[in-house]
Ligand binder design. Structure first.
Ligand code: ADP
Ligand code: MG
Length: 379
């Protein structure tokens, strides 16, 4: 890997052109870089802001060769990207951030949770399930639990709650015996996330910890700073920083935590990219998580992550548009001076589809939350 910083107007590539790719492209273009997006979807949200959109599959040899020939560095916006595509690009001499190896760990729950444990950090009790034989023994340490597919799960998809060993075995057979983890259901006091940026030179900074509320397995609201007390906030930051060090990670890494009774903190999962719970950084911190992604891949020093004001981020799902795809009532949101709307340019609203989000900045997190909920009611 080159040690010299990559400077504008270099071309940066991104695998994936969803909303995370769109916000990455906006950050990179603002800084004077050019952007190539690889995404098979001809209507990909990131293409609106990219200089070049290659509408081909992520493993297409010609598309990867074009990235290798035209880009100085490549990143990804989703963890299910083919790790071998990332490794191949690195072999061609490109800066690839995060590495294919880090992506490979984050995209497989068995590898991920095992890595976290081996790094000396806590997870929920989990059992790797590679075949039905792994569910043959005494499962009481993991029940009641959740059977999660090892790969391709997101927004609560690929998960089944199970109360008994028989239910776990039935769930595995319904999942066509894919590799899974069986994880004990824990009583959650709260869920929080910490997003870390680490550069090739090993400088690492952590954004303020967000408190995350989910509805139907999808992130609904993030509250920043998380209302869990200073000691836990500090511990979450320290654990996230320890994890990026152990991974020798270069890029932006999001770490999700469960807060348990007795001030206990366990790591749920990690994402090798900016994260929905970090969208508040677009407006409420000195540097956004997308600018950090650019800075890390270009070998620049990470920007300062300081919180400018407490904030709340509210996800806007297609549900708000309703069945007839009607535009929400934006008036109240758009006329509030401390509120910022971000839409992803998706033409068609569907139930559960992430269409955009808005951020509310206020004097404290509770005030931001109250105003955010009042605005949401007007949409
Ligand atoms: P995804 O990849 O879909 O985000 P997660 O493992 O983060 O999958 O699970 C989604 C949500 O389900 C979590 O944010 C949490 O609310 C709930 N959940 C997952 N695992 C557990 C658990 N072991 N105990 C309690 N709740 C859980
Ligand atoms: Mg999750």
């Amino acid at each position: 890997m080159a040690n010299k910083p990559i400077l504008p107007p270099a071309m940066l590539g991104i695998l994936g052109g969803g909303q995370l790719g769109r916000m990455f492209a906006t950050a990179a273009k603002t800084m004077g870089y050019r952007v190539t997006v690889l995404d098979p979807d001809p209507q990909s949200p990131a293409a609106d802001f990219a200089d070049v959109h290659i509408a081909k599959p992520y493993t297409d040899p010609q598309a990867l060769a074009q990235l290798a020939a035209t880009c100085a560095a490549v990143t990804t916006e989703f963890e299910n990207v083919n790790a071998d595509s990332m490794r191949w690009l690195a072999q061609q001499g490109l800066v690839v951030s995060p590495s294919g190896d880090a992506v490979a760990i984050a995209q497989d729950r068995i590898a991920e949770k095992t890595f976290i444990r081996n790094a000396g950090l806590d997870t929920a009790p989990f059992l790797p399930v590679r075949n039905s034989g792994d569910l043959a023994g005494d499962l009481s340490a993991y029940l009641p639990g959740i059977l999660k597919t090892a790969r391709m799960g997101y927004d609560g998809k690929g998960q089944v709650r199970v109360n008994t060993a028989d239910e776990a075995r039935l769930a595995l057979s319904n999942m066509k015996h894919q590799a899974c983890v069986l994880e004990k259901m824990l009583p959650l006091m709260a869920e929080v996330s910490a997003i870390v940026t680490r550069t090739r030179a090993g400088e690492a900074v952590c954004f303020p910890v967000a408190e995350n509320q989910h509805v139907n397995g999808i992130l609904d609201v993030s509250i920043i700073p998380a209302r869990i007390g200073d000691a836990l906030l500090e511990r979450a930051r320290a654990m996230a920083l320890q994890l990026v060090e152990k991974l020798d990670y270069v890029g932006v890494l999001a770490v999700e935590f469960f807060v348990l009774e007795g001030e206990q903190l366990v790591i749920n999962e990690m994402a090798p990219r900016p994260h929905n719970s970090g969208h508040y950084t677009l407006d409420a911190t000195l540097t956004s998580q997308f600018e950090q992604q650019v800075r890390a891949m270009c070998g620049l020093y990470p920007g300062r992550p300081d919180l400018l004001r407490p904030a709340v981020m509210v996800n806007l799902l297609g549900d708000t548009w309703g069945e007839n795809n009607a535009e929400p009532h934006w008036e109240v949101l758009m006329t509030a001076p401390n509120t910022k709307l971000h839409l992803y340019g998706k033409k068609e609203a569907r139930i559960g589809r992430k269409m955009g989000h808005f951020n509310v900045l206020a004097d404290n997190a509770d005030a931001a939350l109250e105003q955010a909920m009042a605005i949401k009611d007007t949409l």
